[in-house]
Design a protein around this ligand. Structure first.
Ligand SMILES: NC(=O)c1ccc[n+]([C@@H]2O[C@H](COP(=O)([O-])OP(=O)(O)OC[C@H]3O[C@@H](n4cnc5c(N)ncnc54)[C@H](O)[C@@H]3O)[C@@H](O)[C@H]2O)c1
Ligand SMILES: [Zn+2]
Length: 689
């Protein structure tokens, strides 16, 4: 292929990857390969500048702006960072810095390279007025409402030394624990899993509904402070002061006197980074003094005073010994790879998820193969490929089961889905067990005292088959039950196995009392909780809330035609069909009858709001007009959830009138006459604390 053709090919390919990555939050290839292709293009363009295309990805900073959000111009451009995977390049970077600074003494600040989404936040007179994405570096998306949902981003900040106008920048991310929680929930209701925390964060920030964004607890680490006034003289000062002001600064940064100290920092964090609450993909090295940063300046894409060092993915090779199949709550069958134990980034790995049959086919993997396992930030490592050179004649194809490994029912594959399913929903043992676990969780019936193997024992002894049976348990049936379970073996770093401790589940009087009272209390759980507890595919807590708001009772819901169901806000045709079919099933109808007879709640009462804080306790409120961040309901909910009281009109008893756009003039006037304090929307938000 001629250089010109190759340049054309790479440009098209990389532009496609960039578009998928920044606009659609999808990684089609891994970062290392992406960076290699980009470097190849860069070097070809250097050799043959005449072939550089006008839309070359080397000319711009990553993402573009999207149509859905208002566009904002950055006061200071948001650049990318030069990056490298080699220490030799770092030494070169250091040499360039030394040369650029003409023999002056300089220091570096090393930080983690957080793997998320670059965010910019502008504060005016201490108030957060704008939050934006990096976009193309010059203009980004105005996602202020979404950024406001990040609890660690202060909505208002007051300190004497703060300039009237300043900007902070940082990385928005989805903490790993939150990512796992969301995926667990998605698995529970049968939704496809999110691929990785970075793409999930980027996708979340692009959502239009900030209430949905708020449900995912995003976070943000700040790493830069910008203002026209010169507030600091070093990056170090800015990090320390931002933390003091109450911004969320990760304490992982360090000052390094020279490039050797930088190398030591890199070595230190190579595996330690896996203990951080978020994914990182390297280290960012910055010259500490601002005057020296200015001296070194910028290229079109990135600062000359900083560079990112990226870690190569941590991989190991081991042998695939066998594959077992797990059946989840919704009947989805997931293959699990059993490996010869191998040490990977400080932990012993002996199992890896293979996701589904497609993944096995894609990898072309066979039993006995030598496989590559990689550790991303996720807790379960993944198999990324096969070392074909090591393949022997002894390998065996992986025989994907045609029948459920747990109950023998023939597996089916639904249209457009990657998983095979066992359809024996009610009686397949792992599905039944998972159905109970779903039922007793806090967000459902909250009978968690039945956790940790107790359900297993009840099922074992034939005391329960359906969750409705829980309501027929008695002291006599439970007291004294006992079973000892063999425990999983413990694997050491050298691969040696040791039998684990056995586990005994025992129902003493205290345990039985706890269980029976939790079961009794569960009858008071709200209709939304009960609806979620039923375990209808795709019906998560949010959908359950919507359905309850709309129908108010199980009878209305069960009588609803499919069309009505799919017309409910946030309930699409897919969820509607799943719910509709579930309620048509005779066995499900009997199940509901039994739960109803047991006294569970199947009708909604006035909506109760969960308490958020006591910041408004003892204060009374009224609002007028419309608001950027709240619907009327949401505003009323915030007042109640923070302990405030809503009044129905302006009177002497009123403390605050919250004034929005197009406020009613009579209310405002009366409030003025009675000396009632008026609040803007932002001021109200700040009061929430
Ligand atoms: N896999 C794919 O398909 C694909 C596609 C496009 C881009 N990418 C990846 O994205 C990279 C390009 O992304 P980019 O332009 O955002 O640049 P980058 O990831 O190389 O570095 C710049 C970004 O680093 C972030 N950052 C994290 N911690 C920081 C800290 N402590 N200080 C300063 N900045 C910090 C900021 O968001 C900043 O914008 C590529 O190198 C590639 O690895 C992958
Ligand atoms: Zn089964």
């Amino acid at each position: 292929m001629s250089p010109q053709d190759r340049i054309q090919e790479l440009t098209a390919q990389l532009n496609y990857y960039n578009d998928q990555y920044y606009q659609h939050s999808q990684s089609v290839i891994d970062d290392f390969t992406f960076d290699k292709l980009l470097a190849e293009l860069q070097s070809l363009e250097k050799q043959y500048p005449e072939f550089t295309l006008p839309d070359s990805p080397t000319l711009r900073v990553g993402g573009t702006i999207s149509k859905e959000f208002p566009t904002v111009y950055h006061r200071f451009p948001m650049l990318s960072l030069g990056n490298t995977y080699s220490e030799a390049d770092l030494t070169e970077f250091d040499a360039r810095v030394r040369k650029g600074l003409n023999g002056e003494v300089y220091e570096y600040i090393c930080e983690q390279k957080f793997d998320g989404v670059a965010l910019s936040m502008t504060y005016e007179n201490g108030l957060l007025v704008q939050g934006a994405t990096r976009g193309d570096g010059v203009r980004g998306d105005d996602i202020t409402n979404n950024i406001r949902t990040i609890r660690t981003v202060p909505l208002r900040i007051s300190a004497e030394s703060l300039p009237a106008l300043f900007e902070v920048r940082g990385e928005g991310f989805l903490p790993l624990a939150e990512f796992e929680r969301i995926n667990k929930e998605r698995e529970d209701i049968g939704e496809p899993l999110l691929a990785n925390p970075r793409n999930a964060a980027s996708g979340t920030f692009k959502q239009q509904d900030s209430a949905a964004v708020a449900k995912r607890r995003l976070d943000c680490y700040l790493y830069s402070f910008l203002s026209d006034e010169s507030v600091f003289s070093t990056h170090e000062e800015s990090l320390m002061q931002m933390a003091k002001w109450g911004f969320n600064v990760s304490p992982t940064w360090e000052k390094c006197a020279d490039i050797d100290a930088v190398m030591a920092y890199i070595a230190k964090w190579e595996t330690k980074r896996f203990s951080l609450p978020l994914n990182t993909d390297g280290i960012v090295i910055k010259v500490n003094r601002y005057d020296q940063q200015r001296e070194l300046g910028y290229t079109a894409k990135s600062p000359r005073w900083a560079i990112a060092y990226k870690y190569k993915t941590v991989a190991a090779t081991t042998t695939l010994n066998s594959v077992s199949y797990q059946v989840g709550r919704t009947g989805a069958v997931t293959p699990v790879a059993h490996l010869t134990p191998v040490l990977l980034a400080g932990t012993v790995v002996k199992r890896a998820s293979l996701h589904n049959a497609n993944e096995i086919a894609r990898l072309g993997i066979m039993l006995g193969d030598t496989v590559f396992v990689e550790k991303g930030g996720e807790i379960i490592p993944k198999i990324t490929g096969v070392d074909l050179e090591q393949r022997t004649d002894a390998v065996q194809p992986i025989a994907y089961p045609t029948h459920c490994p747990a109950c023998g029912t023939e597996l089916v594959r639904r249209e457009k889905e990657a998983h095979f399913y066992c359809t024996n929903e009610k009686h397949c043992p792992p599905q039944r067990q998972a159905r109970f676990e779903h039922f007793i969780q806090r967000r459902a019936m909250n009978i968690e005292s039945l956790g940790e193997g107790k359900i297993e024992l009840l099922i074992d002894r034939g005391l329960v088959d359906s969750p409705a049976d829980l309501y027929e348990l008695t002291n006599e049936k439970l007291l004294g039950l006992q079973k000892t379970y063999p425990a999983a073996p413990v694997v050491h770093e050298d691969g040696a196995e040791e039998p684990g401790k056995t586990r005994t589940v025992k129902f003493g009087q205290k345990t039985v009392n706890n269980i029976l009272s939790a079961i009794e209390r569960s009858k008071a759980q709200s209709f939304a909780n009960v609806l979620f507890a039923l375990g209808i595919r795709y019906v998560g807590t949010t959908t359950a809330d919507r359905l309850v708001d709309y129908f108010g009772s199980i009878d209305a819901l069960m009588a609803a035609p499919l069309d009505t169901l799919s017309g409910v806000p946030d309930v699409g045709p897919r969820i509607a069909e799943s719910a509709y079919l579930w309620f048509q099933d005779e066995e499900n109808k009997r199940y509901i009858d039994r739960l109803r007879a047991a006294g569970l709640t199947f009708i909604s009462e006035k909506k109760e709001v969960a308490q958020e804080s006591e910041s408004l306790v003892g204060k009374t409120f009224l609002y007028t007009g419309t608001f950027a961040n709240f619907s009327r309901e949401a505003l009323e909910e915030r007042i109640a959830a923070n302990g405030g009281r809503l009044l129905s009109g302006v009177s002497k008893k009123l403390n605050y009138l919250i004034v929005g756009e197009n406020a009613g003039p009579s209310k405002v006037q009366k409030a003025q006459q009675l000396n009632v304090t008026q609040l803007s929307e932002d001021e109200f938000i700040a009061m929430l604390g």
